[in-house]
Write a protein that binds this ligand. Structure first.
Ligand SMILES: NC(=O)c1ccc[n+]([C@@H]2O[C@H](COP(=O)([O-])OP(=O)(O)OC[C@H]3O[C@@H](n4cnc5c(N)ncnc54)[C@H](O)[C@@H]3O)[C@@H](O)[C@H]2O)c1
Length: 260
């Protein structure tokens, strides 16, 4: 953990914060003094994250489906009412479904794109006025997308997921350029293998979960799997003022997998 307090007085929004990496991000930002809007399609998960943030945290939990414009607009209205503006937006919500293009039906393709790529686009677009207003009054705001190493390299039977994450890395660059002079920095993280429910759902497809865990743990050159806190630390850095000269970048957090 950290003793840093980089987010005192800052208002942050995290999507998909009801579990996994999003929960770790919300907890990290809250521990560093932020008020956090903890948003997830799973309201119970979001409420649990809020509870874990502790009694002295003054954020809120809400249900958000990043596939729906109305749902995002509703969350943005709540953030405006409770916070009066937003300093940091973390577009973390994402889904993964295995499949080559032959195995991926158009419906599955559309769903992955709707959550992983259209979701961050729509959420950024709807929160942009609040981010711009804060950037103008405080001197800076930040957006961090949770992309993936799978947007930089590829893997068999992950066609739609990889395409969505490559698109998100590209969106990061476009947004960074469009907002550069208006003081919103836009970056993304590219995690490798991180131990969350998403990974456990993959292990559940294997005959022997323990064997699969051991095998996958050996894949990164460091010979261990990352945890959500590893990614949260990188997202916090990109969201904090200390990274003021960093925009349009993709930070890989993968124990060296992509280096090989
Ligand atoms: N776990 C990994 O190895 C890994 C690696 C690289 C990138 N990522 C990315 O990190 C992000 C978080 O993944 P995770 O591993 O924590 O997964 P997870 O499945 O544990 O958590 C994802 C969260 O997103 C929420 N969510 C799903 N659909 C949503 C929607 N339509 N609207 C709002 N919320 C929604 C879920 O309810 C869940 O709480 C994803 O974007 C994922 O692609 C994960």
């Amino acid at each position: 953990m950290t003793n840093a307090r980089r987010f005192v007085g800052k208002d942050c929004v995290v999507t998909g914060a009801g579990g996994g990496i999003g929960r770790a991000v919300a907890l990290r930002l809250a521990a560093e003094g932020a008020r956090v809007a903890i948003l997830d399609i799973d309201l119970n998960g979001a409420r649990e994250t809020l509870f874990l943030c502790g009694d002295d945290h003054h954020g809120f939990a809400g249900r958000l489906d990043v596939r729906s414009e109305a749902s995002i607009a509703n969350a943005a209205a709540q953030a405006a009412e409770v916070f009066g503006g937003v300093d940091v937006l973390v577009n973390n919500a994402g889904i993964e479904k295995l499949g080559s293009i032959e195995e991926t039906t158009p419906d599955v393709w559309d769903d992955i794109m709707a959550v992983n790529l259209r979701g961050p686009y729509l959420t950024s677009r709807i929160f942009a006025p609040q981010l711009l207003a804060r950037a103008a009054s405080t001197g800076g705001a930040a957006v961090v997308h949770n992309a993936s190493l799978m947007g930089q390299v590829s893997s068999p039977r992950l066609a739609a997921y990889c395409a969505s994450k490559a698109g998100l890395i590209s969106l990061t660059r476009s947004m960074a350029l469009d907002f550069a002079t208006r003081k919103i920095r836009v970056n993304c993280v590219c995690p490798g293998i991180i131990h969350t429910d998403m990974l456990e759902r993959r292990f559940a497809l294997e005959a022997n979960r323990e064997e699969a865990y051991q095998r996958v743990s050996q894949r990164p050159p460091v010979h261990y799997i990352g945890n959500p806190e590893d990614v949260a630390a990188a997202i916090a850095y990109l969201a904090a003022d200390e990274s003021r000269f960093v925009t349009g970048s993709a930070l890989t957090i993968d124990g060296g997998v992509g280096a090989a």
